[in-house]
Write a protein that binds this ligand. Structure first.
Ligand SMILES: Cc1ncc(COP(=O)(O)O)c(C=O)c1O
Length: 384
């Protein structure tokens, strides 16, 4: 069950027991989201991108469901191992910008799958994790996705073969190609195009004497926030069928598929409940101040103009409000329009101690929250 459907009475009970702000999480929904991807792409080994939400209980739930983890740092490796992950079997170091000391640490505990997209990473991996398996991340189109990742990551396609050869020459094992179509990708054609590009690189690599064996299709699978038209099964079918056409049995290849979904696993499995701690009228506008804000769970409002579904535990007349967090910075306002400007939103009349219930708050909320001004992140409450 999506916790956004919990009754107001149940949420008020949870607040009485736990205070605010709280995250209310459904483990069952996490398992359901994982299973939907796992069923839709049965040939894929899934490495949950724990940057989306590294809460220990969530990692444990996914471990038990059969997931591995995409890790980006020593901190994430330690969290994955604490949840029961085997570094060799269950982890891929998928950030292409790695601190060499963290490469060495990963290698020392047996992690041996690394993603790279430039020559200096090859040098660092070869130095600190000699003989490791490496996956070349390439640039692919992120058109239409909410968070574009190809601005910063991925080698140009024409550099792919020289990079793979350089990796091999430095004693690494070039295993395959990795890409990311951008987070909250709403168009399965992005995966189709990326698979086409990958296929071209596989052919050229073979001609250059390198037999690639893995394709990491990254993350990007979307979550329902407000009015997106999402059909994960259909997206998986499109990917599956295109993969089969290019790399299936008839192609004479043996290929292993991997994926690193984050948002689609946890996004709609968690809600935030935050309380009005102050209110004012500024230049004729009603302001509500909450015990969580932009420096806490709503960072993505600033970064990507994300809009979350929300409701309140109040019943008064609809009233326009500016919604703000508790910190000393005036950027800490999380009612913003699609251009990122501060705006009002209409909510049933609210006052001190009333609750705002924000849905689809599982991904890139807790993990992006800061400790600015000494505010702690919300407490996790599991309701099943
Ligand atoms: C390397 C990598 N893999 C996977 C993900 C997860 O993406 P998503 O949450 O869109 O599934 C990200 C997100 O930033 C990423 O950088």
């Amino acid at each position: 069950m999506n916790p956004f459907e919990l009754s107001t009475e149940t949420i008020e009970d949870l607040v009485r027991q736990n205070g605010t702000p709280i995250y209310v999480v459904s483990r069952e929904k996490i398992r359901e989201n994982f299973k939907r991807l796992d069923d839709g792409l049965p040939a894929v080994k899934f490495f949950y991108a724990m940057k989306a939400n590294p809460c220990h209980e969530i990692l444990q739930t996914l471990m038990a469901a059969g997931a591995g983890f995409d890790v980006a740092s020593k901190g994430e490796i330690l969290a994955a191992v604490a949840a029961g992950a085997d570094p060799k079997e269950d982890l891929i170091f998928a950030d292409t910008v790695k601190d060499p000391r963290q490469i060495a640490y990963a290698h020392s505990i047996g992690l041996d799958d690394f993603t790279f997209d430039n020559h200096s990473e090859i040098t660092q991996i070869a130095r600190h994790a000699p003989g490791a398996k490496v996956h070349l991340r390439i640039v692919v189109s992120n058109k239409g996705s909410v968070a574009h990742l190809s601005h910063k990551f991925g080698a140009d396609v024409e550099d792919a073969i020289p990079l793979l050869l350089a990796a091999r020459d430095q004693g690494l094992v070039p295993r395959g190609i990795s890409f990311h179509v951008g987070s909250q990708c709403l168009d399965a054609q992005r995966y189709v195009e990326a698979l086409d590009t990958t296929h071209g690189i596989f052919e050229k690599a073979l001609a250059a004497g390198i037999e690639l064996k893995t394709i990491d299709i990254g993350g990007g699978f979307p979550v329902h926030y407000i009015d997106e038209d999402i059909d994960i099964e259909d997206m998986c079918r499109t990917i599956r069928e295109h993969y089969r056409k290019l790399f299936g049995e008839d192609s004479g290849r043996t290929c292993h598929l991997m994926a690193e979904p984050g948002r689609a696993i946890v996004g709609d499995a968690m809600i935030l409940v935050t309380k009005v701690i102050s209110e004012s009228v500024r230049q004729g506008q009603n302001w509500l101040y909450f015990d969580d804000g932009t420096y806490g769970s709503f960072m993505e409002v600033l970064l990507y103009q994300m809009k979350f579904p929300w409701r309140t535990n109040t019943r008064g007349p609809m009233t326009p409000y500016v919604l703000a967090g508790p910190t000393c910075d005036s950027i800490d306002v999380f009612s913003r329009d699609s251009g990122g400007e501060i705006c009002t939103v209409d909510l049933p009349e609210m006052h001190l101690d009333d609750l705002l219930i924000a849905g689809s708050m599982g991904a890139y909320t807790f993990s992006e929250s800061t400790r600015f001004n000494g505010f702690e992140p919300p407490k996790f409450v599991f309701f099943d």
